[in-house]
Design a binder for this molecule. Structure first.
Ligand SMILES: [Zn+2]
Length: 381
């Protein structure tokens, strides 16, 4: 998570594009998790052969054909974005998605509370699986949720005031629920966050990483071990970015130091790297670290050895990075065995939002010319 991306949280993504719907053919997607995604406000799921995007509608991008389609196989469905509810692809994620035993699970806000839905990869729709909360008087924290080891972890907070403003100080109640029908959520612990700090959870092999980000004071990284009801504080530092995989936690400080923590040991990965201060998103997958900065994507080995600087090519190239009238962002939202996914967002009225894709081989050695449009036309209200 990096500064300046937080505004995506909780926002509704409207997709104003018209694509043919489809089901994913048998064998196209095995629904084994097969990649890593930056899900800070962007529900994306990487599977074998492609990526699912959860906006107000669910799309699947097939890496073999390099095309995207709505996840709907309903005969004669017109897939109309304006007539929500009638299309099988209409499902708005209220929190992080989770791949478990061959299915995708996604939390949805309903009048009666929050429900974890099971998504059919063939485009035939969604089924309610588990109730996370019986009421939605409390909000589900979008960032503070994840699946890990057969449990779905989530956090509830009374985060909206009567005026609809975000509260400065929040208390999150952290729960987990076993991925079994009729399972009841189990309360684990409480997390207090002051002065508008950001809070989220990421899966680990034996629990979850919990992270609280503050702009002005020390940010904190915790670990919540599976079965434990106590948050164990690992670090408090001037953290500028952080990311996790199942066994390790990585973080960079505002001074440009870059650390890795694994098996109880912390060590320096990269020392005083000025480029990292411009980081907008960070991912680690399959032995490689990918760091989006304002200017390019820096690729390293897990031990910090430089592999490639990948430019954004023509994506956003017509705009001046320092022009406040035309503020835009480019950052990685996913890395899979197949390739890289770049989110491009123009923040002015009528600006474009688009996902670009690049095959992995090109990314590791190329110069950025191979970015191609995967999905376009997102709009934030
Ligand atoms: Zn449809």
């Amino acid at each position: 998570m990096s500064k300046g991306k937080c505004f995506l949280t909780g926002m509704v993504i409207y997709v104003f594009i018209f694509l043919a719907g489809c089901g994913i053919e048998d064998g196209t997607a095995s629904l084994e998790s097969n990649g890593v995604v930056d899900s800070d406000g962007f529900p994306v799921v990487a599977v074998d052969g492609g990526v699912y995007f959860f906006g107000d509608y669910v799309y699947y991008f097939d890496e073999k054909t390099e095309t995207a389609a709505l996840l709907c196989n309903k005969p004669n469905c017109k897939h109309p974005p304006m007539l929500g509810g009638v299309c099988n692809a209409f499902l708005h994620a209220a929190g992080e998605t989770y791949i478990y035993e061959g299915n995708i699970y996604v939390p949805v806000s309903e009048d009666e509370g929050y429900v974890l839905y099971r998504v059919s990869p063939d485009g035939s729709g969604f089924d309610p699986f588990l109730t996370l909360a019986q009421t939605n008087e409390e909000g589900l924290s979008h960032l503070g949720s994840c699946g890990s080891n057969g449990y779905y972890y989530f956090a509830l907070t009374a985060f909206v005031t009567e005026l609809g403003q975000l509260k400065e100080d929040e208390v999150f109640d952290i729960y987990r629920v076993e991925m079994k029908e009729n399972a009841q959520p189990e309360f684990l612990c409480t997390m207090s966050i002051e002065r508008g700090g950001l809070f989220f959870m990421e899966p680990s092999v034996n629990g979850v990483w919990v992270y609280v980000y503050y702009d002005d004071v020390e940010s904190k990284i915790y670990f919540l071990e599976e079965g434990s009801q106590t948050l164990q504080q690992l670090f408090a530092d001037q953290i500028f970015f952080e990311f996790f995989n199942e066994t390790a936690c990585y973080y960079g400080t505002k001074e440009g130091e870059f650390y890795k923590y694994e098996d109880g040991e912390k060590r320096v990965v990269i020392e005083k790297e000025e480029k990292l201060e411009n980081s907008t998103s960070e991912l680690v997958y399959d032995g490689k670290i990918y760091i989006s900065t304002k200017e390019a994507i820096e690729i390293y080995t897990e031990d910090g050895e430089f592999i490639n600087t990948l430019s954004y090519g023509t994506v956003g190239a017509e705009w001046d990075l320092n022009d406040p009238e035309h503020h835009f962002q480019r950052y990685l939202v996913g890395v899979t065995d197949g390739g890289l996914y770049l989110f491009y967002n123009e923040w002015w009225e009528g600006g474009n939002q688009c996902i670009y894709y690049m095959p992995l081989e090109e990314a590791l050695s190329g110069n950025g010319e191979a970015w191609q449009e995967a999905l376009s036309g997102f709009m934030y209200p």
